[in-house]
Ligand binder design. Structure first.
Ligand SMILES: Cc1cc2nc3c(=O)[nH]c(=O)nc-3n(C[C@H](O)[C@H](O)[C@H](O)COP(=O)(O)OP(=O)(O)OC[C@H]3O[C@@H](n4cnc5c(N)ncnc54)[C@H](O)[C@@H]3O)c2cc1C
Length: 394
């Protein structure tokens, strides 16, 4: 199966590769290689977004009228693939890929003209306030409340597992504005300035030793009602629309290809490419290629419908499991060198010498970090429920 057609795509790939060759410094590439979680270290991610913004390439999936590139779905895929293969830092998706489509699809003109340029230029950084301690998969049960007071809402409650809230200037947040009827019917989608008095961000350090997620507390936080996206109590539709974007469009094929290349390098460096390891590597490579083909099907669907659709659930669940499997084999390959786990040496700008080979530094971090992939962004079981219902029609 040839994933590309024609010379135009090839020429485009070369143009992208040239640009990356000229603009990706060694420091940025290192940050890309050492990425834990869903985005690269904040400083690197911001710096890279600003370079892309200057070129007009920060938001390939956006419509041209808002600053997008006008690329076809295949060109966007080529761009994401080349960025990944060149170790470009991964941009934070919360602004560019999550809240932006929601604002474009459901926001009013004032919201579009205020927020979208600031997202594009990286002036604002966003976090996603959906999950609560008692509401994750069953998101509609959320309790964080917004009560009306004059032209404002007064928000009280908590959000948890909030990625990069420590850097965020704004949050898109689901709050309960009504307790009547079905739980889904009383939810609103509001945009919150993280500097508002009454907001506390408490870090949660992950098993991998990273400060990626947080718990947020709201104590009488005053937010203008005009910050509601879509109609009040109709935030569920906005949230569902946005989740489709969260689960797709992440160049899974390229990521898996990169992970397999790294795995092969590790195996070769330790002379472990014979026998049983060769079989395991071949099995993983075949599975990674199958994900890449699935991704092509999702791109084809996007080209036809303009939406990512429920197949994005399939992609997320399978690719997430596969990166876990690849990271398990990587830990086996480096053996004893998995013991000295060095999270501080992976940090942006760190001058701590890695113990062992430099390309082994991320192995344990990825192994631990990838455990969260079966949960983050909607657990695998929930993705399978979506597939059963919407893809298989069960
Ligand atoms: C690294 C990381 C980053 C995250 N970042 C964010 C963020 O930025 N913003 C945000 O809002 N949230 C974030 N989350 C939260 C994430 O969306 C939730 O963890 C996820 O939706 C699962 O919810 P939960 O943790 O409450 O688990 P639960 O919903 O309690 O699930 C526990 C287990 O039960 C299973 N289960 C639950 N319901 C069903 C069902 N109906 N059928 C079958 N099995 C079921 C689940 O699959 C899971 O295995 C993040 C999570 C992680 C791990």
């Amino acid at each position: 199966m040839h994933l590309e057609t024609g010379k135009a795509d090839q020429a485009f790939r070369e143009e992208v590769a040239d640009f990356l060759g000229q603009h990706l410094s060694q420091e940025l590439r290192q940050a890309g290689r050492r990425t834990m979680g869903i985005c690269s270290p904040h400083e690197a991610s911001q710096a890279w977004q600003k370079i892309l913004y200057a070129k007009g390439w920060a938001a390939p999936s956006w419509p041209v009228e808002h600053g997008g590139t006008g690329w076809t779905p295949m060109q966007r895929h080529i761009f994401a693939t080349e960025c990944h293969l060149a170790d470009a830092p991964m941009l934070a998706p919360m602004g560019l890929e999550m809240v932006a489509p929601a604002i474009m699809g459901h926001g009013n003109e004032a919201q579009k003209s205020f927020y979208l340029p600031r997202i594009l230029s990286a002036e604002d950084s966003w976090c996603q306030g959906y999950s609560e301690p008692g509401s994750g998969s069953d998101l509609a049960s959320l309790q964080c409340r917004a009560d009306k007071d004059g032209d404002d809402y007064i928000i009280n409650g908590t959000k948890i597992w909030t990625t990069d809230a420590q850097y965020a200037t704004r949050m898109f947040c689901l709050v309960r504005t009504s307790w009547e009827g079905k739980p889904q019917a009383g939810i609103s989608f509001v945009l919150i300035d993280m500097d508002t008095p009454g907001i506390t961000v408490e870090p949660i350090i992950t098993l991998a030793g990273n400060h990626e997620v947080n718990q947020i507390f709201f104590d009488n936080v005053r937010v203008p009602q005009e910050n509601c996206v879509g109609a009040e109590n109709e935030g569920w539709a906005v949230a569902k629309y946005l989740l489709e974007f969260e689960r797709g469009g992440r160049a899974w094929g390229a990521r898996l290809r990169g992970a397999m290349t790294h795995l092969r390098q590790l195996a070769e460096a330790r002379g472990m490419i014979e026998g049983i390891f060769a079989q395991r590597l071949a099995g993983l490579a075949a599975a990674a290629q199958a994900v890449e083909f699935t991704e092509q099907r999702v791109i084809a669907e996007m080209s036809a419908t303009g939406r990512i659709g429920p197949a994005s659930s399939m992609l997320k669940a399978r690719a997430g499991t596969l990166v876990q499997e690849i990271s398990e084999v990587a830990v086996e390959i480096i053996g004893n060198y998995a013991v000295p786990h060095q999270p501080a040496a992976r940090e942006w700008g760190s001058n701590i010498e890695p113990i062992g080979r430099p390309d082994e530094l991320t192995v344990v971090g990825h192994y631990l970090d990838f455990r969260a992939r079966s949960i983050a962004g909607g657990s695998n079981e929930i993705q399978r429920n979506i597939m059963a219902k919407l893809v298989l029609g069960m």
